[in-house]
Design a protein around this ligand. Structure first.
Ligand code: PQP
Length: 399
């Protein structure tokens, strides 16, 4: 690399882990994208990419931008994280490849087809309960209720103590951020929560026919140890509750704010699938995560030294006007091809098909019954290091 051709780095005082940013990240996204293809964040001493082109390039180059130093702000190769690293999220090939193959087969199209009827039944039950029921919390009573029932049942975790899944998700995703108040609050009850999760991942505590138990068939086949299987089951529990909960919450909000687009979906429920892709683009639940440079490299002429942490804003990439027309317009009729709401590259969301199944089934059931989704109080924004959604979403589903 010829050093004197390199650009002087652009730096920014923006703090992507501050309450102002969480309340409304979009003006900050504009600034980060416009500052340059890569920006030095002074507050945390990390780089950030927020333009679609660079986000896609970094996610597509796992050799240069690895996951095995953690996908949070901490370089886990140097510091050690708060939990044992994930066998999927925080691994590079070849370990990642083998682990992902196991999970990917468990979440195969055939496996998902087998879950659909149950998901549909549960969606009807939930929709029956909420439509015409007056003022509700769209988060606890609807968005969280569904994955907590259908996903937890599908994995096969014990019914007793399932409420621990929510604080666990909070630990996993707030734990990717810096050591701020949100991080500390998430970890407040870490020992108890971790103990329940650890137990729930054991073969003897899983139902014999669930997705979790299927991981253990690879133990019986002599491919992996029981400890390793438990770690893979942990990934299901880490990845599958908050993400879908918050995606459903974002969907409610988008449709409440755009009733004319809810009408389109009601008249043609076949459009739910495409609408969900637009929700993922427009209000990506998993907004930011990190990669780590494995060598001295450069992004668009700016030197990125080895071991640098690079923040990836998929949320900003999904609204980059260099890529999208009218990116700040919610339009379920647009083409969303290429959105990075499920990431990209070898770590692209392995659960995206089950996430789509859950949301499609639930919104379809809702579209058949609810004429209007009304926000009936002040929504309370979720302040969260990684995820975007609502803490509380006062809502009324009109029959
Ligand atoms: C966004 C895996 C995936 C899923 C893990 C883990 C945690 C979170 C996620 C993030 N994730 N969608 O612990 O293996």
């Amino acid at each position: 690399m010829i050093i004197d051709t390199l650009e002087k780095p652009t730096s920014s005082a923006i703090d992507p882990f501050s309450p102002d940013y969480f309340r409304d990240p979009y003006p900050f996204h504009v600034q980060l994208r416009d500052a340059g293809p890569v920006v030095w964040l002074e507050k945390w001493g990390v780089w950030a990419v927020a333009r679609f082109e660079q986000v896609q390039a970094v996610l597509g180059d796992w050799r240069t931008y690895c996951s095995s130093a953690g996908v949070g702000i901490v370089n886990e190769k140097k510091m050690g994280g708060w939990r044992k690293p994930s066998a999927l999220l925080e691994k590079d090939p070849p370990e990642h490849t083998a682990n992902r193959a196991i999970v990917s087969r468990i979440l195969s199209p055939a496996a998902l087809r087998a879950l659909r009827a149950t998901f549909e039944r549960e969606a009807e039950v939930l929709v029956d309960r909420v439509v015409g029921a007056g003022d509700l919390d769209g988060m606890a009573d609807f968005s969280e209720a569904f994955p907590m029932k259908v996903f937890a049942d599908a994995v096969g975790v014990p019914v007793e103590g399932r409420h621990h899944l929510v604080p666990w998700g909070n630990m996993v995703f707030n734990g990717m951020g810096p050591r701020n108040a949100l991080f500390d609050r998430a970890m407040a009850n870490a020992d108890e929560v971790t103990a329940w999760i650890t137990a729930a991942c054991k073969r003897e505590n899983l139902t014999p026919d669930g997705l979790g138990a299927q991981v253990y068939t690879h133990v019986e086949a002599g491919e992996i140890s029981a400890d390793h299987a438990a770690l893979l089951v942990r990934s299901f529990l880490s990845a599958g509750v908050d993400t879908t909960t918050f995606a459903i919450g974002n969907a409610l909000f988008c449709f409440a704010m755009h009733p004319e687009q809810w009408d389109v979906v009601r008249e043609n429920p076949g459009k739910v699938k495409q609408a969900f892709e637009e929700i993922m683009r427009f209000e990506s639940p998993f907004q930011t995560f990190f990669r780590t440079a494995t060598c001295d490299t450069e992004i668009a002429g700016t030197a990125i030294p080895q071991d640098s942490k690079v923040l990836i804003s998929v949320a900003a990439a999904n609204r980059d006007p260099r890529k999208w027309c009218n990116p700040d317009t919610f339009d379920i009729g647009r083409s969303t091809v290429g959105h990075v709401g499920f990431g990209a590259g070898i770590h692209g969301c392995v659960g995206q098909m089950i996430a789509r199944l859950e949301v499609e089934v639930l919104l379809t059931a809702l579209a058949k019954r609810a004429k209007r989704i009304e926000i009936c109080g002040e929504p309370e924004r979720l302040l969260h290091n990684t995820l975007r959604s609502f803490e509380k979403l006062p809502v009324r589903f009109h029959a």
